[in-house]
Design a protein around this ligand. Sequence first.
Ligand SMILES: Cc1cc2nc3c(=O)[nH]c(=O)nc-3n(C[C@H](O)[C@H](O)[C@H](O)COP(=O)(O)OP(=O)(O)OC[C@H]3O[C@@H](n4cnc5c(N)ncnc54)[C@H](O)[C@@H]3O)c2cc1C
Length: 145
Amino acid sequence: MLSSLSDDVALLRDAGLELTDEDRERLDRARVTRHEPPVRRVEEHAHGIRVVFDRRTSLSRHALFVQPVLSLACDLAGALGVAVTETGAIETDDNGQTIVPGVYAAGDAAATMQSVAIATASGARAAAAINAELLLEDTAPRIAA
Ligand SMILES: Cc1cc2nc3c(=O)[nH]c(=O)nc-3n(C[C@H](O)[C@H](O)[C@H](O)COP(=O)(O)OP(=O)(O)OC[C@H]3O[C@@H](n4cnc5c(N)ncnc54)[C@H](O)[C@@H]3O)c2cc1C
């Protein structure tokens, strides 16, 4: 995504990140340079940031992006028995309904992409669906005994 914003993007590969041949080809096609040595430290300087690999090699950049590891903040989802996707988000349908009746999820907890706009929209959609479900419940015809 970053290569659509700049012609000068570098990937600093952490030891835990394995690249497939396809990954390498895609990075090459996107003109993203790869740096394999472990990063020793990151220094701030007058015009940005310097990533230091060892005594002789370093890389100057204007910005650095770190891929965070995301996880749910508490075990409420597990306690309620809702399903969780392999990326750790709560599984819902388009209205935020989880597999547990009456339990809805929205925002980052149920998203594959973290964004205020997406979180707000999913919250609004879940709120409307909850409202409709409650209304249907309140107005359900009574079954005569
Ligand atoms: C560093 C950073 C930069 C970002 N920059 C952007 C950006 O530029 N543009 C953009 O669109 N998005 C950005 N995002 C993503 C955006 O912040 C989120 O997508 C959005 O805040 C999600 O809203 P949310 O309400 O789902 O979750 P949150 O905003 O995380 O709100 C969840 C709330 O629940 C509370 N909480 C957690 N556990 C419990 C508990 N057990 N009991 C009670 N309360 C609890 C938390 O304290 C928090 O207040 C950024 C995120 C980060 C981390």
